[in-house]
Design a protein around this ligand. Structure first.
Ligand SMILES: *Cc1c(COP(=O)(O)O)cnc(C)c1O
Length: 401
């Protein structure tokens, strides 16, 4: 047995998540543990809920907090609490995570109606409108589809949903912290996210927010949800004023999330979204300058993740292994139909920084040239020129606290 301590290498994480973590978040992780009913800890939970309500732009008093588990726990909580057996549920499917929503809704015994869109495109609002009828109880969609790099335009969806009795659930796992999210304005009744992507924290918690209509739907269920662990009626008694023990909430992860949310609010949500757009534009400019081709049309691109076609004849796995071993750089492979023919390059949270763009472009250029692809030189310069705007070069806030 190897009983040496484990020393992980210092990677640069530019995949679809997790992404790099701010040193302030690492420091927060080392604070002393508190009991889950310690009065001081309960005030921290309230502060986290308040910050999340602001970052989600949720309706006042929305039932908001961070569930134990990753983003999938939030997805599971929404599907299992908001669906009762036999409910008609319309799901927009334009990638891998839309498929996961279908899978979870099916397990919750919904009558699922799919509204499909080709991978690489958003779900059409008109197609959703056509699928929703008076019996429809729930509509679910992915805001930032990490498998395809598409950002779902939400204003049209909000128009379609206006006045409907069906609830709207939105997956904001990749969009929260990387682009603007407006739950109240878009009429989103429930949303979930994760901590390790746009919020720049470690994995382990899943922020969720349930608006008044969703809370009422859960309260008036005929049968309790199958999942005891994610039963929001039970969890509400811990998160709310009763403070009844439900599970052992991790104080350590809460410290980390609170610090990550403080960083988001210090930067400002609009400035943060602008940083993600600007850095993504520079990365894409560099990739295109090399002669590579983006998968998604410019107007639907998700700033958090850029999906680029792998040129013919280039070995996907070998090139990504070279980036990892030689440059400590992780980028993502393709999922589903993009497996083997596209890379997913993430610029999220703390990872969304010009230095990461220049390293990634330079390393890719070297790797592609070695693979025999006729790579055009000068990508780094093109990216740097694209960054030459009114903002300072290093727009990521320097850690201070
Ligand atoms: C990553 C992701 C999930 C799943 O989150 P985990 O933290 O891996 O459980 C769900 N939806 C989207 C859009 C994602 O990108």
């Amino acid at each position: 047995m190897n009983d040496e301590p484990f020393h992980p290498p210092q990677r640069i994480l530019m995949g679809p998540g997790p992404c790099d973590v701010d040193p302030r978040v690492y420091r927060a992780l080392s604070a002393p543990v508190l009991g889950h009913l310690d009065p001081q800890y309960l005030t921290l939970l309230d502060r986290i809920a308040e910050r999340l309500r602001r970052i989600f732009a949720a309706p006042d008093h929305a039932l908001t907090g961070a569930l134990p588990g990753t983003g999938s726990a939030g997805m599971e909580a929404c599907m299992s609490n908001l669906i009762e057996p036999g409910d008609r549920v319309v799901i927009g499917v334009a990638g891998y995570f839309g498929e996961r929503l279908v899978e979870m809704a099916t397990r919750a015994e919904a009558r699922v109606v799919r509204v499909d869109a080709p991978w690489g495109e958003p779900v059409a609002a008109e197609a959703l409108a056509a699928a929703i009828d008076d019996e429809t109880r729930l509509v679910a969609l992915v805001h930032g589809e990490t498998s395809t790099g598409v950002l779902q335009p939400m204003e049209d969806v909000a128009d379609v949903m206006r006045g409907k009795s069906a609830l709207l659930v939105l997956d904001t796992v990749t969009s929260l912290g990387t682009t603007e999210v407006h739950l109240a304005r878009w009429g989103v009744d429930a949303a979930y996210s994760c901590t390790q992507k746009g919020l720049g924290c470690v994995a382990g918690l899943s922020p969720v927010s349930f608006g008044p209509r969703a809370v009422e739907r859960i309260r008036s269920r005929k049968t309790p949800p199958r999942s005891w662990y994610l039963d929001m009626n039970l969890l509400q008694r811990y998160w709310g004023t009763e403070r009844v023990y439900h599970h052992t909430s991790s104080s350590t992860l809460s410290y980390a999330l609170n610090e990550a949310l403080r960083i988001v609010e210090e930067e400002g949500i609009a400035a943060r979204a602008e940083r993600h757009r600007r850095n993504a534009r520079a990365l894409v400019a560099g990739l295109e300058a090399m002669g590579l081709e983006m998968v998604v049309d410019e107007k639907f691109r998700l700033p958090a993740i850029s999906v680029v076609r792998i040129p013919q004849g280039v070995d996907d796995v070998a090139l990504r292994r070279m980036l990892l071993e030689k440059y400590d750089l992780e980028i993502g492979g393709g999922l589903g139909i993009f497996k083997g023919n596209a890379w997913r390059i993430g610029l999220m949270g703390h990872s969304s920084h010009p230095n990461n763009i220049t390293l990634c472009l330079a390393a890719l250029e070297a790797g592609l040239a070695q693979s025999g692809f006729a790579v055009r030189p000068g990508a780094v310069r093109v990216a740097l020129e694209s960054l030459d705007g009114p903002l300072p070069f290093a727009s990521r806030p320097i850690s201070s606290g």
